[in-house]
Design a protein around this ligand. Structure first.
Ligand SMILES: Cc1cc2nc3c(=O)[nH]c(=O)nc-3n(C[C@H](O)[C@H](O)[C@H](O)COP(=O)(O)OP(=O)(O)OC[C@H]3O[C@@H](n4cnc5c(N)ncnc54)[C@H](O)[C@@H]3O)c2cc1C
Length: 399
């Protein structure tokens, strides 16, 4: 049976939990990292094979160890996974795998963790459970009656599983487009790509430099308010032939109507121009043997793969808290301004892996983890000043 002990429970042994463990070790704070999976970096263990990171390897790494020399500028998902596993092996982290955290609730001056390995009270908890285990499925009418298969991108493994099938890929972000492109090799032709509003396509190497390098240049040379307009101009230079695709391309991230993360590179344009991928409007409803689109037309497909995003995987937090615009519990103040990772209404619970902006979550995680451990060190040092918690509240943090 796993031993859960220490002053800090870190939930999740993905990049955020491992970064937290790194700084906890350095601070000499006793902790246990738990993960319900049987391996570290579980999210990255099963992602689709063509996945390439959108953030460059020179900013995408965990504290104290860069990705190995020879790693491409945009590594594959598998390369990131190998790096995470090596990172965990190279450090003496206290990780207990196969431990599911079912509930965290206030208990005296600490937090009661109810887990598959028993119940333990910890003074501090780091929630590093990411988003991947909470896929978001839009509530489309008729879904239950559809005779084909509907799955979320989270359950997608390999295009060969859909050999010869008529497939509709839904979603104009990187996952939706990557999956549609992979399917071209295996599924029945053409592969349909449903784009509800518009798509943003960025260049991977604008003016010969990786886009991440332009982010760094903007940060070092420009005042904050001029960075986004500059980056919009550099990263989103239009592809002159994009009007021939029948898709609406947003000029840049600022002017998009939808919410999808930008797609890198022109592969999707080429596949549309060659007829391998056919763009179609958003999904309106399902019929037993067809999908009805927003323009009223019907598509006869067997499989629908929804790349419709994720929500924070924090349902185990049994706390009363307002949520912010990205469905995370509101923190004490804004981390952008060098602020806090601590949940405002739950002192002693910290979020790492919250920030997806700028240079990307895998870069931001280093800064968030460091900040969380600074806050925890201060809290443990002043333990006697810690206010008692309000009695356990009943509402869960579910988005
Ligand atoms: C397809 C895809 C591509 C991405 N590409 C990039 C990119 O290019 N650049 C970038 O910076 N970021 C990228 N990200 C986003 C982000 O960096 C990753 O999702 C990253 O894995 C987040 O790390 P994390 O540790 O916060 O969460 P995860 O890696 O998801 O780890 C969370 C862990 O918590 C565990 N867990 C969850 N709930 C419980 C529970 N109740 N009890 C115990 N354990 C639990 C899970 O098993 C999991 O191992 C991508 C994400 C996806 C899905």
């Amino acid at each position: 049976m796993a031993q859960l002990s220490g002053d800090v429970l870190v939930i999740g042994a993905g990049p955020a939990g491992l970064a937290a463990a790194y700084y906890l070790e350095r601070a000499g704070i006793r902790y246990t990292v738990v993960d319900r999976a049987g391996e570290v970096g579980a999210t990255w263990a099963h992602l689709y094979p063509s996945l390439r990171l959108n953030t460059a390897s020179f900013v995408t790494y965990l504290p104290g160890r860069r990705m190995p020399i020879g790693t491409p500028i945009y590594p594959s998902g598998k390369q990131l996974y190998d790096y995470i596993v090596d990172y965990a092996r190279a450090h003496p982290f206290n990780i207990q795998l196969g431990v599911d955290v079912r509930r965290i609730s206030a208990s005296g001056a600490g937090w009661l963790a109810e887990t598959s390995a028993g119940d333990v009270v910890f003074p501090c908890v780091i929630a590093a459970t990411g988003r991947y285990s909470k896929p978001f499925m839009p509530d489309l009418p008729g879904r239950e009656g559809f005779r084909g298969r509907i799955l979320h991108a989270q359950a997608y493994r390999a295009a060969s599983d859909y050999a010869g099938q008529r497939v509709l890929a839904v979603g104009a972000g990187p996952s939706g487009v990557d999956i549609a492109l992979e399917l071209v090799e295996h599924a029945a032709a053409p592969v349909y790509l449903s784009v509800r509003s518009d798509i943003v396509v960025a260049r991977r190497y604008p003016y010969g430099l990786p886009d991440t390098a332009w982010h760094l240049i903007a940060r070092s040379l420009l005042p904050r308010e001029r960075r986004k307009p500059f980056l919009d101009k550099v990263l989103y230079q239009p592809f002159p032939d994009s009007h021939k695709t029948g898709l609406t391309f947003a000029r840049d991230r600022t002017h998009r109507r939808g919410t999808s993360t930008p797609v890198r590179g022109r592969a999707v344009l080429d596949a549309i121009q060659s007829g391998q991928i056919v763009p179609v409007p958003g999904v309106a409803r399902f019929h037993p043997h067809a999908v009805e689109l927003a323009d009223g037309s019907q598509l006869d497909v067997e499989t629908v793969i929804l790349s419709t995003g994720y929500r924070p995987a924090l349902d185990y937090l049994d706390i009363e808290t307002p949520l912010d615009a990205q469905w995370y519990p509101v923190r004490r103040d804004n981390l952008d301004e060098g602020g806090s990772t601590e949940i405002a209404s739950a002192p002693g619970i910290y979020l790492v892996g919250r920030y997806y902006r700028g240079l990307g979550p895998l870069n931001n995680i280093r800064h968030e983890a460091k900040r969380a451990i600074e806050e925890i060190s201060a809290r443990l040092a002043n333990k006697k000043d810690v206010p008692a918690h309000a009695p356990s509240a009943s509402s869960h943090v579910s988005g």
